[in-house]
Design a protein. Sequence first.
Length: 303
Amino acid sequence: RGKKAFIAGVADDNGYGWAIAKSLAAAGAQILVGTWVPALNIFENSLRRGKFDDSRVLPDGSLMEIVKIYPLDAVYDNPEDAPEDVKSNKRYAGSSNWTVQEVAESVKQDFGSIDILVHSLANGPEVSKPLLETSRKGYLAALSASSYSYVSLLKHFLPIMNPGKLLKNQPLCFFSFCRSGGSSISLTYIASEKIIPGYGGGMSSAKAALESDTRVLAFEAGRKKRIRVNTISAGPLRSRAAKAIGFIDTMIEYSLTNAPLQKELSADEVGNAAAFLASPLASAITGAVIYVDNGLNAMGVGV
Ligand code: NAI
């Protein structure tokens, strides 16, 4: 009965995607996830073996249910796009229908429609290289995995997203998200607009593109189906992806020292902001970059 959310980019219980899934589940949504093909087996096995049970606990004591996990590689839009060596790679050959178009078709077949689309994925093979040392291939790969992947997901899911509804004199009902229409959220990082040395490989450019696209897509999806499109500029979190970049502890320390709120950011805080943005409480918010970073973005100098 609740709203249906498809969250792309969940492969463990440490990242923002997992936390967003939990907040949406706590608010009554049904959770579908898209998991990167190479990470699928280990994620499904860990989930089955109960490795994530502690982190599945919702505020009411029940466990978050993931209704279905779809293999996904958001770098490929349809089967013709995927090169033979990827298709025949043993990590991919065991799964099928993992291109964006096929995943959207599978979700349509299984569930008919969705209400909430979340993009919580990024990849930049040369992220540890300064921009001046980044190859064209590395730069374009960062944009493909981290920015165009969102355009593609929204493009393919939009036809099955329930249109936004006009809310007139409705009682606010946050917990089941009743009566509000579809909306979409992605995750970005302040390196798009301010210099963050260490966030290289074109990843800063990819986030700038994602934020600009958020505005244009808000217009297009808003006019087409009254769907809202927002992005959360999140503070640093020790996720798997962030640990791979190599400077996450420094960033967390920097934030603790300099942000208006001196506390470590928890993934749940980003999850809750996402639930708010997906709810009717945010019915007039679209095309926005919302900071969930303990206020660090507002500082002009370090203290
Ligand atoms: P994460 O490791 O939990 O999530 C990244 C996910 O992307 C992983 O599950 C990975 O398997 C998936 N992925 C990578 N390439 C993919 C592809 N081609 N197709 C499908 N899935 C793919 O890490 P995190 O940090 O939670 O990342 C989620 C989002 O949050 C990203 O957009 C990231 O840039 C953003 N973010 C993270 C911050 C941090 O400090 N951790 C700060 C600000 C934004």
